[in-house]
Design a protein around this ligand. Structure first.
Ligand code: XMP
Length: 509
């Protein structure tokens, strides 16, 4: 399959570059600028994109072009910092712009450049830079300019190198999609070979080859990722797959039954079930720190899994539903920093002694959903909300107790019910309640109360990397609030979280 390598210089938009290229039907992946390029298969890579980044190329310690990219002998497109890095590498000049150019900017294009084929002579783009190329290197020609930036784009046709000072991947660049499409199909001449159907065919073959006659253990959580993972592997190897469901006691109301029923009745796949809720709760007793909670759950999950796995003594392969975002957000791919130690059933370490099978680790969440649909999962299951590996423990601020679990479960069930009744369930990407570690004074009847606060979180997102608070109408909120304080014990206040990610995150811990 033809692939586009996106070298990550740390831009907040680098994921978007990957997404846009994939949306155009070409597989793209992000690669840390510091990682050795020799680990890649050169034959598959048909083009390289250099991402933007927060640094100044003139700083001694800023990331520079790795000359090995030229050994690939494929077209290169530099974006923002990527353009400055190219200019610097080839002997041009990059200086700080006195007036910063940010946001919507009018640019004039030289439409005789293949990169701008079909683009209007004047069009608006998204700029976000303070440094700018002030002298282009020998061999390059100017192909776009704005009022403040003389070299808004440059090309070296001979060496097949192109560069843009603005961000074609951001929607505000009106003709950005055309430019990326020109780079892929006119310049790199790649084939449109990225689609979920092709991918399934290739993956099933790959899984069959990898597994052979061996047996595979897969931890499932009932979430979309591990379920889709189970179906995909089952399609490839049938009963050589052993799905194991560990209940950590931090699930939503009635969740374990739903999961077990679904696998048994709908997919006819036998699931091995272990109730380990007592063990998890006793280890979490008194623990308040979010990171400690996450670490304990991650570790306990591994311990329980290990013990259970020993019972299947002829299993040699461990499968995991790890997604591309898990890889990037955990700081293993790309340049992103660790924000939270993500735990999911895909978080088991190599030391378990199994060979590892992670068939979803190049897919984004919405791609996994599409895969689920193709594999015959119901829409209601495929569009289930994401649920974090550490479960309700990170929706209870502070220490976790049975009583608090009951509060968050009951309030969440009310929220789910009312959102569905208001026909908003398909519109909101993720919504849940959180038990704050705050008691406030209230009044019920004629009596003073001093009880807990429940927060409602509802967000719109594509892949969880960024999110916007969803505006649930007030009448629906009033109903939810009234039901929660009336029906859930120990609660006398309901608040609504309206922050975006960033700067907030979706979960509270
Ligand atoms: P945050 O809170 O990081 O959440 O903005 C982004 C998305 O990831 C989910 N999430 C997790 N999923 N293991 C998971 O499998 C985790 O440890 C975890 N933490 C957060 C969260 O529900 C949201 O959809």
């Amino acid at each position: 399959m033809d692939k586009i390598l996106v070298i990550d210089f740390g831009s907040q938009y680098n994921e978007l570059i990957v997404r846009r290229v994939r949306d155009l039907g070409v597989y793209a992946f992000l690669f840390d600028n510091k990682v050795d390029l020799k680990t890649l298969d050169k034959r598959e890579i048909k083009g390289i994109i250099l991402s933007g980044g927060p640094n100044s190329i003139n700083d001694e310690n800023s990331p520079k072009i790795n000359p090995e990219i030229f050994d690939f002998n494929v077209p290169i497109l530099g974006i923002c910092y990527g353009m400055q890095a190219l200019a610097h590498y080839f002997g041009g000049h990059v200086d700080e712009n006195k007036i910063k150019e940010y946001g919507d900017t009018e640019v004039n294009f030289d439409t005789s450049s293949v990169l701008f084929k079909g683009v209007k002579v004047t069009s608006n783009v998204f700029m976000s830079h303070s440094d700018t190329v002030t002298k282009i290197p020998e061999g390059f020609a100017k192909i776009a300019s704005s009022k403040l930036t003389e070299y808004a784009a440059m090309e070296d046709k001979e060496r097949n190198i192109y560069a843009l000072q603005f961000h074609p991947e951001v929607n505000d660049t009106i003709e950005g999609k055309t430019m990326l499409s020109n780079f892929l199909f006119e310049i790199c001449r790649v084939f449109k070979s990225w689609s979920i159907d092709n991918w399934i065919e290739e993956k099933v073959k790959e899984i069959k080859n990898f597994v052979g006659k061996e047996k595979v253990l897969l931890g499932i959580s009932g979430g979309v990722d591990s379920s889709v993972c189970a179906l995909l592997i089952h399609k490839a190897i049938g009963d050589q797959l052993y799905p194991l469901f560990i209940n950590h006691g931090l699930l939503r109301e009635n969740e374990e039954n739903l999961v077990l029923e679904n696998f048994k009745n709908k997919f006819n796949i036998k699931v091995y079930y272990k109730d380990a809720s007592k063990e998890f709760l006793s280890l979490l007793k008194g623990v308040k720190s979010p990171e400690k909670k996450r670490k304990i759950i991650g570790k306990t999950f591994i311990d329980v899994f290990k013990k259970e796995a020993e019972k299947f003594n002829d299993i040699t392969i461990l499968a995991q539903g790890t997604l591309y975002t898990d890889v990037v957000e955990s700081g293993k791919g790309g340049n992103s920093k660790v924000i939270k130690s993500h735990h999911n059933v895909g978080g088991l370490p190599k030391e378990l002694g199994f060979k590892l099978l992670e068939p979803l680790n190049e897919l984004y969440k919405d791609e996994v959903r599409e895969l689920g649909r193709k594999l015959g999962l119901d829409e209601s299951f495929v569009s289930r909300q994401p649920f974090p590996g550490p479960g309700l423990s990170i929706r209870i601020i502070g220490n976790v107790t049975k009583k608090k679990l009951m509060i968050v479960r009951k309030s969440d069930a009310i929220l789910q019910e009312e959102v569905k009744k208001a026909k908003l369930n398909k519109k909101i990407w993720q919504y849940f309640t959180v038990l704050l570690n705050t008691k406030t004074v209230g009044v019920m009847g004629d009596n003073r109360t001093y009880l807990y606060t429940i927060a409602i979180r509802a967000v719109d997102s594509i892949d969880g990397m960024t999110a916007k608070a969803y505006p649930i109408p007030y009448d629906v909120l009033f109903k939810i609030s009234s039901r929660i304080v009336n029906e859930v014990p120990y609660v006398n206040k309901v608040v609504y979280d309206v922050t975006s990610k960033p700067p907030s995150t979706i979960e509270f811990e």
